[in-house]
Ligand binder design. Sequence first.
Ligand SMILES: Nc1ncnc2c1ncn2[C@@H]1O[C@H](COP(=O)(O)OP(=O)(O)OP(=O)(O)O)[C@@H](O)[C@H]1O
Ligand code: SF4
Ligand SMILES: [Mg+2]
Length: 367
Amino acid sequence: MSNSETTTSAGDRFPAGPPQGKTAPSGGSDVRAATSVGAPLVQAFDLAKTFDVSPPWLNRVLEGKPRLMLHAVDGVSFEIEKGKTLALVGESGCGKSTVARLLVGLYEPTRGGLTFDGQDAHAAFKTPRGRQLRRRIQMIFQDPYASLNPRWIVEDIVGEPLKEHGLITNEAELRARVGELLKSVGLSPLDMVKFPHQFSGGQRQRISIARALATEPEFLVCDEPTSALDVSVQAQVLNIMKDLQRERGLTYLFISHNLAVVRHVSDQVGVMYLGRLVELSDKQTLFANPKHPYTRMLLDAIPKMHDTGRARTPVQGEVPNPLSPPTGCTFHPRCPHVNDRCRAERPQLLSIQGVKIACHAVEEGRI
Ligand SMILES: Nc1ncnc2c1ncn2[C@@H]1O[C@H](COP(=O)(O)OP(=O)(O)OP(=O)(O)O)[C@@H](O)[C@H]1O
Ligand code: SF4
Ligand SMILES: [Mg+2]
């Protein structure tokens, strides 16, 4: 990532007051990664995931139906420096969650791979070392209610990873640590005796974050972590996440539909379309000078998001069926700059003026 921003200024904050009861996280280990900001922690290379969505064998035999393979992620490469945030954006079904699941080892890649802190992550996930690696990589999901066990009190929910990884066995120590974790996300240690249904949506997402932080991870994969929340609550949760990142040197992959959110939290932005990255750029460049026609279309959908004086192109058409993607550039049926080459030849992700772009028109200087 080329962005050199290492601190969070007031301008980075979402326009909301500090969360109620917010206190600074404690513990000397909280700053452990702050000294190593700069080196790539995560490197994905040609990451691909194909799902077999064929009809059952009998239907295929009797009705002559073919096998169907869905290329949910098809050759995605990026790197994320320690302490930085890469945001992934794109319309529904473009493969964002599949990338997230590949990064935390919930899916095995069909092709390509992932290195974490220099080691082959998917090879490590299969060995006893994988346990240690899973401790260092955690995920936060969109729906905090679905991801929290409704029959457990918060102490058990947040403390479970600590027990699971054998990090704390003493009950008193465990309670103290859970209390610290709750304080670090703006909740009270007294909340640990309550059940998830006794909290609001925003508070539940804070519990999810506290749980994700329990193992002192370095990398958090956040899949639409605030999409289910009201705007003001979203802002509080995002500010907590940014504070935690600064204090603990956390690295984020942050998935969001909301470009206003992406603009505030990210250092680098990857725009995905039908399983591939079409533009990968630092945040400032992407918002000030979006190059790919799809990126422009996404930004043009948001009034006053960026005003470059260029005529706006409203979002047109829909994402094609991933089981029968268009030939050449998969964006071509929706693109105002399409030509014959676009219909025939798939554009590669090329570095053009410091930005990675997959578009013939940009490569040819047509736009
Ligand atoms: N387990 C699965 N089996 C079959 N197909 C899947 C599976 N998971 C995802 N897909 C398909 O892969 C494609 C990418 O899905 P994915 O959930 O990664 O998209 P997304 O960008 O996260 O979308 P959204 O914004 O709606 O969450 C979609 O076409 C989806 O239907
Ligand atoms: S390659 Fe062609 S169709 Fe695809 S985005 Fe660029 S101009 Fe449009
Ligand atoms: Mg998703």
